[in-house]
Design a protein around this ligand. Structure first.
Ligand code: ASP
Ligand code: MG
Length: 496
C-alpha cells in the first residue's frame, strides 16, 4: 500500500455470514472496496447463530446427553460444508478448506465427548469450544475471498496480536503488548497488499498463550482494537440494519436513520436499538477518535450511521432528543420500609446479592427519604432475584415466586420481625423501559418536563424514572401495554 492510502477495518457480523448467499454478498463488498487499493482488514463473526448453537451443544454434553450434542454439531458441520461448497469456486482451495473444516469438527467431537464424560466444563474449555465458530466462518470467508482472486491471510485474533488477561469468558486485552503485536503482524501484511482476515471474538492469553474469548458479541471489539492499534481511518461494522434508528421501525413507521451520533450516544442507544453492541466495543475507537460506521450488508448503498467524537458530530436535530428507545422483557422490583432508612448497608447487600446471582441492573432509583429502592432487571431474572431478596433481606415471607402457582400475588410484607432489613417487596413483570436519548439534552432545561407531559397526555402512568448524570438519557418505566403509545407520542413530539 502507498503511504497516504486510508486503512479500513471491516467487521462482518453473524447475519452477514449466515449462509452461502450472505457470504457471497459480504465477499462482493470486500472485493468492491479493495478495487485499486489496499489497506483493508477484515474481521469475521461466527456464521449466523453458530455461537448460540455451540453453547447449546455444550449444555447437552454437560448433562451427559452426547447424542443430542452430536446431532447439533452434525447440523452445524453440514451447514458449514454446504456453505463452503457454494461459496468457494476454486476447486483446490475448496478441497483444502473442506479438509481443514473436517479436522476442526473432529476436534470439536473429542472435546464434546470429554465434557459429557466429566459432566463439567471450565470457562477455559468453554472459550476453547466456542472459538471454533469464528475459526470456521473466518476460514470459509478467507477461502471465498481468495477464490475471487484477492490476496488474503487467515489469522486468529491471537495470531493477529490480541493478547489478554486470564478472564475466560470475557477477556480484557493487555494494551501495550496487544498494540505492539497488532502493529508488527498487520502493518507488514498491508504493506505487501495482503488483506488480513481475522477471527473476531477470539484472542490469546498473554502469559499462557491459550485461546480465550472477548465475551459474547466481542467481534466488534476485535475490530475497534485492531483499528486503534494501527491507527486505521475508519471501522465499518456490517450487519443487517441500515443504521442506528431514531426509534424501532417495527413500532414507528417513519423512524429515520441517524446520520451521525457520538460514541457516547451510540453506546446508550445500542442498549435499546437494533444494533446491539458490547458497551466497551466503542472505547478503543473513541480513544483514538476513529469514526465507526454502521452499514447494512444487504443494502450497502445506504450511508448508514457514522459514530464520531461529539465535537465532530454535525447535529441536524432540532430538539435535544435524537432517538426514543424501549426495552421490553424487563421487570421492576420495589423494596421499601422505614427500617432501611439511614442504614447504608442495605444498598451494599442488594448489590452483593445481584453480583452473586450474576444479574445486571438496568435502572435503579432510590427516594431521598431512603425508604424505597426500585430496581429494573431483565424479566427472566426476576424470579431468582425476588427469591433471593426475600430470603436474605426479608425474613418472613410467603407468596409470589416462592410458592408454586402463587405468582399472581406480587406483593409480600414481612410482619414485625425486628431483623428485617425492609418490610415490603413487590414486583411487576409486565413493564417496559422507555428512554429518550441524545446529547443535545445536556443543559437544555425543560426536556424532562416535556417528556413526562407528553406521556401524561396519553393517559399513561409512569412507575419509575431515572436520568443518568451524563444527561444524555432519560429513562422511565411503564406498563408493557402502553409502550408503543408512549414511544410514538415521544417520537412525534421530539424527533419527527
Ligand atoms: N460469535 C460471537 C457471539 O455470537 C461473537 C460475535 O458475534 O461478535 O457472541
Ligand atoms: Mg454472533
Amino acid at each position: 500500500m502507498s503511504q497516504q492510502e486510508k486503512i479500513y477495518v471491516m467487521k462482518f457480523g453473524g447475519s452477514s455470514l449466515a449462509g452461502p448467499k450472505e457470504i457471497v454478498q459480504s465477499a462482493s463488498i470486500v472485493s468492491e472496496y479493495s478495487k485499486g487499493r489496499s489497506g483493508l482488514i477484515v474481521v469475521c463473526s461466527a456464521m449466523g447463530d453458530t455461537t448460540d448453537h455451540l453453547l447449546k451443544a455444550i449444555d447437552f454434553a454437560k448433562k451427559g446427553n452426547i447424542d443430542n450434542a452430536r446431532q447439533l454439531i452434525a447440523e452445524i458441520k453440514n451447514h458449514h460444508q454446504i456453505t463452503l461448497e457454494k461459496t468457494v469456486e476454486d476447486v483446490e482451495k475448496r478441497e483444502r478448506c473442506t479438509e481443514w473444516i473436517s479436522e476442526r469438527f473432529d476436534e470439536l467431537d473429542k472435546i464434546l465427548l470429554g465434557i459429557s464424560l466429566l459432566r463439567d466444563l471450565s470457562p477455559r474449555s468453554s472459550d476453547y469450544f466456542l472459538s471454533f465458530g469464528e475459526k470456521l466462518s473466518t476460514n470459509i470467508f478467507d477461502a471465498t475471498l481468495q477464490s475471487l482472486g484477492l490476496k488474503t491471510k487467515y489469522l486468529t485474533g491471537g495470531e493477529a496480536g490480541i493478547l489478554t488477561d486470564e478472564s475466560f469468558g470475557s477477556a480484557e486485552p493487555v494494551a501495550k503488548p496487544t498494540n505492539e503485536k497488532l502493529r508488527t503482524t498487520l502493518l507488514p501484511l498491508l504493506k505487501s497488499d495482503v488483506i488480513p482476515v481475522v477471527t473476531g471474538y477470539i484472542a490469546e492469553t498473554l502469559d499462557s498463550h491459550e485461546i480465550i474469548t472477548l465475551g459474547r458479541g466481542g467481534s466488534d471489539y476485535t475490530a475497534t482494537l485492531i483499528a486503534a492499534a494501527i491507527d486505521a481511518n475508519e471501522v465499518l461494522l456490517w450487519s443487517d440494519v441500515d443504521g442506528i434508528m431514531s426509534a424501532d421501525p417495527k413500532i414507528i413507521k417513519n423512524a429515520k436513520i441517524l446520520e451521525q451520533i457520538s460514541y457516547l450516544e451510540a453506546m446508550e442507544m445500542s442498549a435499546f436499538g437494533a444494533k446491539a453492541m458490547q458497551p466497551r466495543a466503542l472505547e478503543p475507537a473513541a480513544r483514538k477518535g476513529i469514526p465507526v460506521r454502521i452499514k447494512n450488508t444487504f443494502n450497502p448503498k445506504v450511508p448508514g450511521t457514522l459514530i464520531l467524537s461529539s465535537d465532530s458530530v454535525v447535529n441536524g436535530v432540532k430538539t435535544g432528543v435524537k432517538a426514543v428507545g424501549s426495552l421490553t422483557n424487563v421487570g421492576v422490583i420495589n423494596i421499601s420500609g422505614t427500617s432501611i432508612v439511614g442504614s447504608p448497608g442495605t444498598a451494599v447487600k442488594i448489590f452483593e446479592i445481584l453480583k452473586e446471582l450474576g444479574v445486571g441492573i438496568l435502572m435503579m432509583s432510590q427516594s431521598v427519604s431512603e425508604n424505597n429502592v426500585s430496581l429494573v432487571i431483565k424479566r427472566n431474572e426476576l424470579p431468582k432475584v425476588v427469591r433471593a431478596f426475600r430470603k436474605d433481606l426479608l425474613l418472613e415471607d410467603t407468596d409470589g415466586y416462592d410458592t408454586e402457582g402463587a405468582k399472581e400475588s406480587h406483593s409480600s410484607r414481612a410482619s414485625a420481625n425486628k431483623n428485617t432489613k425492609f418490610s415490603k417487596l413487590d414486583y411487576e413483570d409486565d413493564v417496559s423501559i422507555v428512554a429518550v436519548l441524545g446529547r443535545g439534552m445536556i443543559g437544555t432545561p425543560g426536556i424532562a418536563g416535556r417528556v413526562f407531559s407528553t406521556v401524561a397526555k396519553q393517559g399513561i402512568n409512569i412507575r419509575m424514572i431515572a436520568q443518568g448524570s451524563s444527561e444524555i438519557n432519560i429513562s422511565f418505566v411503564i406498563k408493557d401495554k402502553d409502550r408503543n403509545k408512549a414511544v410514538a407520542a415521544l417520537h412525534e413530539e421530539f424527533v419527527v
